[in-house]
Design a protein around this ligand. Structure first.
Ligand SMILES: [Fe+2]
Ligand SMILES: [Fe+2]
Length: 243
């Protein structure tokens, strides 16, 4: 198991935690005003953030990868913080959070059956969609609190993607060389399917944020190319430096 390199990720996550502490929370008292369709969309993303990564710790530990396991715990804390930030944003707009949907429960159970590699591939789908979504939310509104919250989440997601790329690279290196590209091609298909569900579900919100469905889907698929090459090439971490 190639575990080298994850100490630096732990350090990055810790630095970020410190930065977060020093910065403090957004100014919730200013309240938030968004179009109804966008609120509905934020409510759904809030539920998703709540579960992200929860299965990962056990699998990382099982893989016997201590450094990675530590970084994963910090990663999950960031995802939980996203759920908290979005819940506070909803509250600032006078909206409740949604209870978990049955499909989330099914999804979580399914993910429990997966190994680390499959879990990361599925999680990466959510992360890549999230990247485009939070950018749209940050840039598509003139509500200052929403822009602040979405900007904070986006910064984290921009770190999560190369983090998963690096671990997936090690995971895929355990497979026969000839299968690696096909695996990532299947991953892109899975991403496309998930993106189509998201644009169907969140289309009205995206439109209010100034983004057509097609443009959203196109941007997600374009960004996935960087992910695929970062997973397949020997030094995926090089990708981080471009951010
Ligand atoms: Fe997140
Ligand atoms: Fe994330």
């Amino acid at each position: 198991m190639r575990a080298d390199g994850f100490v630096k990720w732990t350090r990055r996550f810790e630095d970020e935690r410190e930065r977060r502490r020093a910065q403090g929370d957004p100014d919730w008292d200013r309240g938030a005003a968004l179009p109804a369709a966008v609120w509905t969309s934020v409510q759904r993303f809030q539920v998703g953030e709540d579960g992200d990564g929860a299965n990962l710790v056990g699998k990382a530990d099982q893989a016997g990868d201590t450094d990675y396991g530590q970084a994963v715990r910090l990663f999950i804390a960031e995802e939980q913080n996203h759920a908290r930030l979005l819940a506070r944003l909803l509250a600032a707009g006078g909206l409740p959070t949604l209870p978990g949907h049955w499909s989330d429960t099914v999804f979580v159970r399914l993910r429990r059956l997966m190994g680390l590699r499959m879990e990361l591939l599925v999680l990466m789908v959510a992360e890549v969609v999230a990247l485009r979504y939070y950018r749209a939310l940050r840039d598509g509104t003139d509500d200052p609190l929403t822009t602040d919250v979405a900007g904070r989440i986006l910064r984290d997601e921009e770190r999560h993607v190369p983090f998963h790329c690096e671990r997936l690279h090690a995971s895929l290196a355990e497979l026969p060389r000839a299968t690696r590209r096909p695996v990532m091609a299947l991953w892109r298909l899975l991403l496309l399917a998930a993106t189509l569900v998201v644009v169907a579900d969140h289309g009205p919100a995206l439109r209010r944020l100034g983004l057509g469905r097609l443009r959203f889907a196109g941007d997600v698929m374009t960004s996935s190319r960087t992910v695929v090459s970062a997973v397949l090439t020997p030094s995926p971490d090089a990708w981080t430096n471009t951010n």
